[in-house]
Design a protein around this ligand. Structure first.
Ligand SMILES: C[S@@+](CC[C@H](N)C(=O)[O-])C[C@H]1O[C@@H](n2cnc3c(N)ncnc32)[C@H](O)[C@@H]1O
Length: 245
């Protein structure tokens, strides 16, 4: 987990996120986690969705186009991300909000989504509790994150160990199990494609400039394996001291 100010700087504009998203594709199983998440959300035909940390609104736009009647509230701490989400032109409501204080009533949403963002939040349990608070009793929480081995080969070449986070493929089920009675997982192998050394260093620089400086020269393109898990949590448990929800 990084300081809130570092996260804010990282996402002050959409540039770095857009650059990072662009290098990813399906791995050997041919499954793209963004598409798998989108299809899982659409299959539930939710009436009300809240997304935490919506980024540029790619998922929100796709779900809203498939489900035009859905009331989809996309939230992000970064005003630039909210502006980008509005600019998708989809029928999505977008708002600046911290994931631990969502602007909706208890039990409002059929679906809550946190895609690649729970590793950033300063108080992980507070955010998971907030997801449980805003869900209907029969609602579904989708939480997507990467595994410890994600991009491990590129990081090793740049002189770094695996990135270990507070919410990962390895620890995510235990974290969610504190607030949800059932947690299922879908593990997906992905692949990053860097056209050349400059592309790989540019990617690393969006994460940490020191990593970029540590990547030795290589000729031509390179591919590195990624590892993502989609957690599906249901059965929100009562908040301690608040009785049944
Ligand atoms: C890695 S990006 C993922 C964006 C998007 N979910 C996606 O999959 O493309 C993380 C996003 O979470 C947002 N974020 C970070 N901390 C947050 C918090 N505490 N509350 C709400 N959003 C947050 C960032 O501004 C950023 O847009």
């Amino acid at each position: 987990m990084r300081e809130r100010s570092v996260v804010a700087e990282q996402y002050a504009t959409t540039d770095r996120l857009t650059q990072r998203i662009g290098i990813w594709g399906p791995g050997p199983d041919g499954i793209d986690p963004v598409i798998a998440l989108r299809d899982a959300v659409i299959a539930l035909e939710p009436h009300r969705v809240v997304e935490m940390g919506c980024g540029t609104g790619l998922l929100a736009a796709q779900v809203c186009r498939a489900l035009p009647e859905c009331d989809y509230l996309a939230t992000d701490l970064s005003p630039a991300m909210v502006t980008a989400t509005v600019a998708t032109g989809a029928t999505v409501r977008a708002m600046v909000a911290s994931a631990d204080t969502l602007p909706v009533a208890d039990g409002w949403a059929d679906v809550v989504i946190a895609a690649w963002m729970l590793y950033h939040v300063p108080d992980l349990d507070a955010v998971i509790a907030e997801a449980a608070r805003v869900l209907t009793p029969g609602g579904t929480f989708f939480a997507v994150t990467n595994g410890d081995e994600h991009l491990a080969t590129l990081l090793a070449d740049a002189g770094s160990g695996p990135v270990r986070t507070q919410f990962s493929a390895e620890n995510g089920a235990a974290v969610l199990g504190r607030r949800f009675s059932q947690v299922h997982r879908q593990d997906i192998r992905t692949e990053a494609c860097f056209t050349d050394h400059a592309a790989a260093t540019a990617y690393l620089a969006t994460v940490d400039p020191d990593l970029a400086a540590g990547l030795p020269w290589f000729d031509g393109p390179r591919r590195d394996a990624g590892f993502t898990t989609i957690f599906t949590a249901t059965g929100p448990l009562p908040m301690p001291g608040r009785g049944p929800q």
